[in-house]
Design a protein around this ligand. Structure first.
Ligand code: PLP
Length: 423
């Protein structure tokens, strides 16, 4: 079929807007009349720097990113960030403690073994990274922290499975979160792509700063819901997301980080404290100092990201209010269709936390769920509605409602859901 006949609801990589791909196809052959394609120009060329800077500027407008934040384009995917967050935020925590303990002593830290000993005690007694485990992706992130640091430095502040019969699908009540006193960071995944669970508000209430303006250091994975709703960037210490769902092709991961968290202790000191040292390409400070061009970045991917952002700004110049309204409306259309037929469908996660972006449900029509889901997928596919099979760990159906799904695509799916229930 032609791509115009297909609405693809896959969880990622996702659909890209056809006009962007048409422009990209041309740019791959000859970019700005240089006789070279955009993927062939050096990442050190002024042309590449322009592409990077424009994409950063447009992202800053879309998300209202304050000046004291840095935008980084990295590689290694969301999974790479599970590790990078640990290295960099533990490093930033140690840098703070080092300052407290060392004050203004002269020389290298390694000239002061007694102070290093004191710092090591603080690390042993106080270092914690807090994780809110609400689905498969935050679970993987917390497992990576345990692998890199050892589980004594990782605090699972909440685990949704504990209050939901061993399964994901809820977000534990905030009053039950067991946050550490001075954690290196509190980590959560804003939208769990596999489990269809999304934090209902963009920033959890109990992570808000207190009356003294001080609050926890909050890091969020927004891989699957970035640019689908407004977010208060200034409340986060870092946000990361892979490009491949709402921004561009797989290959670039974006990190937005408050600049004050960039400085890192020396590798020597971290080694003496028994803490892990990142490969240099995962060190935010090094990437920031080099405007994301520390090593060869896929400029082609950033070019596409730039085109998607520029199109988003043209369509919704109001910094995501418009995009959020459309995302909500599309999700509502699909959920309304599912809920209109309780004998034929069942939404998997609980209603208060169900995702607007990854809509996960079972087809219970007729009692034989397996057969009903097979029939649902086959009939949907014959009508050009594809990519609907749920993740293997959850089963069922998953409709991923990313920004490139047009309103008409959501309407078509909602209509199909209604028709299948009554067929
Ligand atoms: N975090 C979330 C929420 C995701 O949905 C995914 C992938 O789908 C990842 C992290 C992992 O990303 P990657 O495959 O780029 O490593």
């Amino acid at each position: 079929p032609d791509r115009s006949e297909v609405t693809y609801f896959g969880a990622g990589p996702a659909l890209l807007p056809t006009p962007v791909l048409e422009e990209a196809a041309q740019a791959l052959l000859n970019y700005q009349d240089t006789g070279l394609g955009v993927a062939e120009h050096s990442h050190r060329s002024p042309l590449a720097a322009d592409i990077v800077n424009q994409a950063k500027a447009d992202l800053a407008v879309c998300l209202d990113i304050p000046d004291d934040y840095e935008i980084l384009f990295m590689q290694g995917g969301g999974t790479g960030e599970f590790s990078a967050v640990v290295y960099n935020f533990v490093g930033a925590w140690v840098a703070r403690k080092q300052k407290e303990i060392f004050g203004h002593v002269q020389g290298k830290p390694t000239d002061h073994p007694e102070l290093i000993q004191k710092l090591k005690q603080v690390v042993d007694n106080e270092l914690k990274s807090d994780y809110l485990v609400t689905g498969g992706w935050s679970q993987k992130a917390s497992a990576e922290a345990e692998r890199l640091l050892g589980s004594n430095y990782v605090n699972i502040a909440a685990d949704a499975r504990k209050s939901n019969g061993g399964k994901f699908g809820v977000i534990p009540d905030e009053s039950d979160w067991k946050l550490s006193k001075d954690a290196a960071f509190v980590y959560f995944c804003s939208n769990e792509t596999v489990d269809g669970v999304e934090f209902p508000t963009a920033f959890p209430k109990s992570l808000e700063p207190g009356p003294d303006g001080k609050g926890p250091i909050v890091v969020a994975d927004m891989s699957s819901n970035i640019l689908t709703r407004k977010i208060p960037v200034k409340k986060f210490s870092a946000i990361f997301f892979g490009a491949q769902k709402n921004l561009g092709p797989a290959g670039v991961t974006v990190v937005i980080i408050k600049k004050s968290f960039l400085p890192q202790p020396s590798a020597d000191l971290m080694r003496q404290l028994g803490l892990p040292i990142p490969p240099i390409i995962f060190q935010y400070e090094a990437i920031a100092k080099n405007n994301s061009l520390y090593n060869t970045l896929s400029i082609f991917d950033v070019f596409i990201i730039g085109r998607v952002l520029s199109k988003l700004l043209q369509t919704y110049p109001d910094k995501l209010d418009g995009q959020q309204a459309i995302s909500d409306k599309k999700a509502q259309l699909i959920y309304d269709a599912i809920e209109a037929f309780p004998e034929a469908y069942r939404v998997i996660p609980s209603k208060e936390v169900r995702s607007r972006v990854n809509i996960c449900f079972r087809v219970t029509k007729g009692g034989d769920v397996d057969a009903a889901e097979k029939a649902f997928l086959a009939e949907a596919s014959s009508q050009g509605l594809t990519g609907l099979k749920g993740h293997r760990s959850l089963g069922g159906i998953r409709a991923s409602n990313y920004n490139s799904i047009p309103l008409e695509g959501a309407e078509k799916l909602a209509k199909f859901i209604r028709a299948f229930a009554t067929s």
